[in-house]
Design a protein around this ligand. Structure first.
Ligand code: ADP
Ligand code: F6P
Length: 323
């Protein structure tokens, strides 16, 4: 078993509210357990370029409530190459980094697995607003992003209702409909389109609009995950087919910002603690996850081979009560 004295921590891929709380937990748990902790800026880019500094208890003061990531984040193309990964592993040795905690999505964990194969012990912590990490029922940032989306759509509802319009709202989720599905239920959307289920405009939107118009409904909210298509195209088509004045709203990156919710802060804090506790026990190349509301961990290869399915029953819930 390799003796671990120094732990490196980085954030990678799309940022997510709560990443700072996870960094804070890694730094403070690490120091209290007697490790030296270094922060690596700009994800794998910083590892390759040596953008690395020692962190102390006060380096992570005043960040638990802040969105974004104080370590910055990046998508690093060079790290996807064998040469880039070797440079990163060499840099770990040069800086005396004995183990690495990677906070990010499954792309970042694939990178961590490659580093592990080069002899750098790694632990992954799931951080992405999309909740699309298969091994974990919950990812850091997801709750905050949904609450931000709900707040925005509640505001949109006021003007949609006042003008008897249809608002088609595009939320984030390139490959996953978690944000769209839950947000859609929370705002009482008439229809929710997600990448996991093919849709039919006539069946899923137009006929439902016609049906609800008969009972006196005059305004409509449709939620579309970005992976499904462009909100503007769908709004145009709805207007042509129904005559209802329609507008598209793309919530965009605002969903990735803001102060993390209680759930994200607590999950991030416990995951950061767990990551360091595993390293303390000499357990590594694992991904920390949530299963049945408990913090668990999986071998990184197993984690990357897992699949999770979205609860499409929720679509039936939405379809039944949004009429
Ligand atoms: P996320 O971690 O949120 O899924 P990305 O897929 O953009 O985000 O991955 C973040 C970074 O992780 C990439 O920029 C790259 O440096 C690294 N990465 C992604 N996929 C791989 C891979 N297959 N092998 C090695 N590194 C990867
Ligand atoms: O963080 C995940 C995510 O928000 C996806 O839903 C989205 O497609 C992607 O990031 C966009 O990120 P960027 O604009 O930073 O490439």
């Amino acid at each position: 078993m390799k003796e671990i004295k120094t732990i490196g921590v980085l954030t990678s891929g799309g940022d997510a509210p709560g990443m700072n709380a996870a960094v804070r937990a890694v730094v403070r748990t690490g120091i209290s357990k007697g490790f030296k902790v270094v922060g690596i800026n700009h994800g794998y880019n910083g590892l390759i370029n040596g953008d690395i500094y020692e962190m102390n208890l006060r380096s992570v003061s005043e960040i638990i409530h802040r969105g974004g990531t104080v370590l910055y984040t990046a998508r690093c193309m060079e790290f996807k190459t064998k040469e880039g990964q070797q440079k990163a592993a060499d840099r770990c040795k040069e800086y005396g980094i004995d183990a690495l905690v990677v906070i990010g999505g499954d792309g970042s964990f694939r990178g961590a697995r490659d580093l592990a194969a080069l002899g750098i012990p790694c632990i992954g912590i799931p951080g992405t607003i999309d909740n699309d990490i298969a091994c974990s029922e919950y990812t850091i940032g997801y709750d905050t992003a949904m609450n931000t989306a709900v707040e925005m759509i509640d505001k949109l509802r006021d003007t949609t209702q006042s003008h008897d319009r249809c608002s088609v709202v595009e939320v984030m989720g390139r490959n996953a409909g978690y944000i769209a599905l839950n947000t859609g239920i929370a705002v009482g959307a008439l229809a929710i389109l997600i990448p996991e289920r093919p849709y039919d405009l006539e069946r899923d939107i137009i006929s439902r609009m016609n049906f609800t118009q008969k009972s006196g409904k005059h305004h409509f909210i449709i939620i579309v995950a970005e992976g499904v298509g462009h909100a503007q195209d769908i709004a145009n088509e709805i207007q042509v087919r129904t005559g209802v004045d329609s507008r598209a709203t793309v919530l965009g990156h605002v969903q990735r910002g803001g102060s993390p919710s209680l759930r994200d802060r607590v999950t991030a804090s416990t995951m950061g603690f767990q990551a360091v506790s595993l390293l303390e026990k000499g357990i590594y190349n694992r991904v920390v996850a949530v299963s049945a509301d408990k913090i668990v961990d999986y071998d990184i290869d197993v984690a990357l081979s897992m699949h999770k399915t979205i609860d499409t029953n929720l679509l039936d819930v939405a379809a039944t009560i949004s009429i």
